[in-house]
Write a protein that binds this ligand. Structure first.
Ligand SMILES: [Zn+2]
Length: 412
């Protein structure tokens, strides 16, 4: 299992100069490689030409033509070629339909003004010890790393990146696979994700929404306005841009901190966890909700929960997004088609009273337990359609529960 630890790094001015130079080198080499690759392809279409050939060609001329690349570790250039190679092969795999997910675009030239500035170092030359990092051609970056390495194992690679005017180091470590204890399946829980209350658990626990960006909207507007008024590229423009960047970074930290606390607590407290398989990308297309959904960052929450369950003894079961979790009465099995957007509570015709979110969490838990006992074969069609999507419950309409649910969240 490969895990990454990313943390802040506070370089001295001298070290920051090196980092900026290395970012520039990585970008230059990537762009050089891409231009060369295009040239080769247009001249002789059929000869294979990849990152290794590009690297060889570059190494032969670099001392003559680009002597400044020698000022930084040679891994920087090497990794830029590998990155380009990966981008090219991802593109061709995507063109040939061999790659899942969104279509990959043809690699673009990297801009000096892009938000993503980074370079990579190989494991054989870097050294890591408590709060310190050894970088080739620079030396020890001593006592300048915010946290000491969280994982123990073989270091695979180191990436140094910049966001606004802050620097980060990400260290990937190969860890031995932990034989996780077998889940006892006794402590089960269902999680209903919402916008007003971020998550409601079937045992009654609630995680309130933080809405970090919504609360900071006025500040965000002010920062954007200041940036717009300043002359692009000027010193004051860069100051404003860095301030805006730091604001976005802070929001991201608040979100991730909230998600980490909640997911750690959940993954450690239960054996079997049921959660809805939400189509977040699809829901963000609903413009009324996009802001709130992005602010709630469910996908990050689910991603963290997945890997934390992998480490703890918990089993995570994703319940089909068409499962009518909030509409189903667990007592009599009736599905309440009349449940409207505003109904926070409802009474079933059998007399049972339900709190909407809590009932949904209960139903998700029960469905997860059922699925865990008789695992269903996953269908390849993620956006299941048609009449036979989920045959388990009688009287279920073919329509999308998620679509209705996402509508329902407007009512909050
Ligand atoms: Zn009922």
């Amino acid at each position: 299992m490969i895990k990454a630890h990313k943390t802040r790094i506070n370089p001295t001015e001298e070290q920051a100069v090196y980092f900026r130079k290395a970012c520039g080198t990585a970008r230059f080499v990537y762009n050089y490689g891409l231009a060369e690759w295009k040239r080769h392809k247009s001249e002789n279409r059929d000869t294979p030409f990849g990152p290794m050939a590009l690297k060889k060609e570059f190494n032969a001329i670099k001392r003559e033509r680009f002597p400044w690349v020698l000022e930084v570790a040679k891994d920087v250039a090497e990794n830029a070629f590998f990155q380009l190679g990966a981008a090219l092969s991802n593109f061709s795999a995507s063109q040939q339909g061999k790659r899942k997910g969104k279509k990959v675009e043809f690699p673009k030239f990297k801009s000096k003004h892009s938000r993503k500035q980074a370079f990579h170092l190989n494991n054989d030359k870097v050294k890591v010890r408590d709060h310190e990092l050894y970088v080739p051609c620079l030396g020890w970056v001593a006592r300048r790393i915010a946290e000491s390495l969280r994982f123990s194992g073989k270091i695979m690679s180191v990436t140094i990146s910049r966001r606004a005017d802050l620097w980060f180091v990400s260290i990937t470590v190969e860890m031995e696979k932990i034989d996780k204890p077998k889940s006892t399946g006794r402590r089960t829980v269902g999680i209903d994700l919402g916008l007003k209350t971020f998550a409601v658990l079937s045992d009654g626990a609630r995680f309130e929404s933080q809405k970090p960006l919504r609360h900071g909207r006025r500040k965000l507007r002010r920062l954007n306005r200041t940036l717009a008024r300043r002359k692009k590229g000027s010193k004051r423009w860069w100051d404003a841009r860095n301030k805006l960047g730091r604001f976005h970074y802070r929001v991201a930290c608040l979100r991730s901190d909230f998600a980490h606390k909640a997911t750690t607590q959940i993954a450690e407290s239960y054996d079997l966890i049921g959660i809805e398989d939400l189509n977040v990308a699809g829901m963000v297309k609903n413009r009324k909700l996009a802001f709130s959904i992005s602010d709630a960052s469910w996908s990050e929450f689910v991603r963290q929960l997945e890997y934390k369950c992998e480490q703890s003894a918990a089993t995570l079961v994703k319940v089909n997004r068409f499962f009518p979790s909030s509409r189903l009465c667990p007592k009599c099995g009736t599905i309440n088609h009349e449940l409207t957007l505003k109904d926070r509570e409802w009474v079933c015709e059998c007399g049972a009273a339900h709190d909407r979110d809590l009932n949904a969490a209960h139903n998700i838990r029960d469905e997860a337990v059922r699925l865990n006992q008789c695992p269903v074969v996953a269908t390849s069609d993620k956006n299941a359609r048609g009449p036979n999507v989920r045959p388990a419950l009688a009287g279920s309409p073919g329509g999308s529960e998620t679509a209705r649910r996402s509508g329902a969240h407007i009512a909050h």
